[in-house]
Design a protein around this ligand. Sequence first.
Ligand SMILES: [Zn+2]
Length: 274
Amino acid sequence: MKSGWMRLLVSVTISASMGTAMAVDCAAIRAQYNCPANEKYPLHLSFDDGPALQTASVLEVLQREQVPATFFIIAEKIDCETVLQQCQQADPASDGKDCTAYRECQTRREILGKTKQMGHMIGSHSYRHLRYSGVAPDRMQRDFLASKRLLEPFFTTQPPLFRLPYGDGWFNRQQTGHVMQALQEAGFQHVDWQLSAFDWDEKNQQGDKILQNVLTQVCSRQKGGVVLFHDGVENQSHEGRLFTIEHLGEWLPAMRCVVDFKPLDYFVKGYQSR
Ligand SMILES: [Zn+2]
């Protein structure tokens, strides 16, 4: 016997393969997550740890579903000059430009350019994705500024946006005020999240657990916000958060039963678009 969600998945899969939009059974979704009837909560999607080579698929899904999003970028992943130097050192006889790592880096830069072109918001997620509360102040400042220099052509706001890795500096802001202070001195505006998909956790990467995480939070609180997803994996640049990338196109129509997708400025004020 198939659960309501399995039936839904089948219909979404069929509709995707037929290329037509088939109605999602919203009554079943609301019942499954105990969501009040006729209520929709505002939600903004954010993606951390990219860009990955597969982020292009995320952009396709967002375009198809007409959903705006914000991407917080690990600047090291688009630092192609450094990658080129590493390639040249590994093979001093070549100019390094044929090196796979360099070509992949350039592809990631192109994907980031496309992300901006499509109208999504782009912010920094630091240069090296460290736990900055444990990093010496001068090193922390260098890292923040390096990310600012690399991402400058891609930022979409003034001041540029930033999200700290691991929720560090705002989760524990009572003890780590210096991290938020350093961010401010580097000229960034910090953006946190109110809901998490917990999609980084491998035990959630099966069935509909990630969708369930989001809708359970939305419907139990009867409140939306900025939700945290991941298109990238913090410590690898070639491959992204594949389960999320693969299934996002199924989750968004189901989420729409309960949420209205909003741009970032619905929740976050204090910056100007550029
Ligand atoms: Zn991260």
